[in-house]
Design a protein around this ligand. Sequence first.
Ligand code: PMP
Length: 361
Amino acid sequence: MARVYNFSPGPAVLPLEVLQQAREELIDWHGSGMSVMEMSHRGKEFVGIAAKAEADLRELLAIPADYKVLFLQGGATLQFAMVPMNLLRGKTKADYIYTGEWSKKAIAEAKRFCSVNIAASGEASKFTGIPPQTAWKLDPDAAYVHYTPNETIGGVEFHAVPETGEIPLVADMSSTILSRPIDVSRFALIYAGAQKNIAPAGLTIVIVREDLIGQTIEGTPQMLDYKVHADSDSMSNTPPVYAWYMAGLTFAWLKRQGGLKAMAAVNKRKADKLYAGIAASGGFYRSPIDPACRSWMNIPFTLADPKLDEPFLKEAEAAGLVQLKGHRSVGGMRASLYNAMPEAGVDALIQFMQQFQKKKG
Ligand code: PMP
């Protein structure tokens, strides 16, 4: 068996130990005689798996008791709609921070439900930076402030949580959740598609302060009402049982790694190394991103000569380093270094980049 180093932005690499455990348990989960895929979501086995996953996630993120944790479907994209449908609560306006492709999509969807105030935009810097909070124009009547802590495509990341006072703060943490400790009490709602830092695709995690839910806009389908999911432990219909189980394996793995403080130290080290490798190339490779908001998770870089892009990708793949092509809207390369990317993978990438430069530079 030869595992490659997979730098995909998502669905992304999962911890090898998690995959091995899933393989061990695949056809007979703990003597039940069946796979988790084949279990009733209302049976005691799966209810136990689900509860353990939630308990471990609560422990990892130190989620306060007045927050609900929901295991949903529809991807982070459905949250672009569910957030306004649930959190407008009679108001007509919401603030959005526009930092790249994913916040753009969140904004477009929110416009179907309310008047969107772009309180800050990274457009002037072509989304290679984030405007300082002192320049934001927050609306005191906004129902909430929405931002994207990590822009998966552009590679800009907030390294501090914005201050929004009494106005509820909503975060699309799809590509940064569990990469470091956060103070959940600073947020009204956090959502994340699981397919980057948690589990296979098909699961979306929502962490929401309990007092904010139950006031959906008129006509909201019950499946899009957080309260319906909160009141049924995310089992108002059949949940994505296998992805939920896999998420649980990842949470347990994170605890064994020493929790999020330990993950943050490794993640920072991995990212620092790659940025340093790019900087040391004397311009052969370049990071377009403002050093103050460089992502730890998704690192875009370009080659000074774009004619070398194709050979770079081809030779990287031959060396077992895959999925490095940048998003079509940005070009160049992008290395995603989620929790499950081993440090050795980053070392191998840097070494490959140096050798490639020596050959072609
Ligand atoms: N937000 C961010 C920050 C993302 O990276 C992605 C997926 N790449 C999405 C939203 C959309 O997620 P999904 O495909 O789960 O709907």
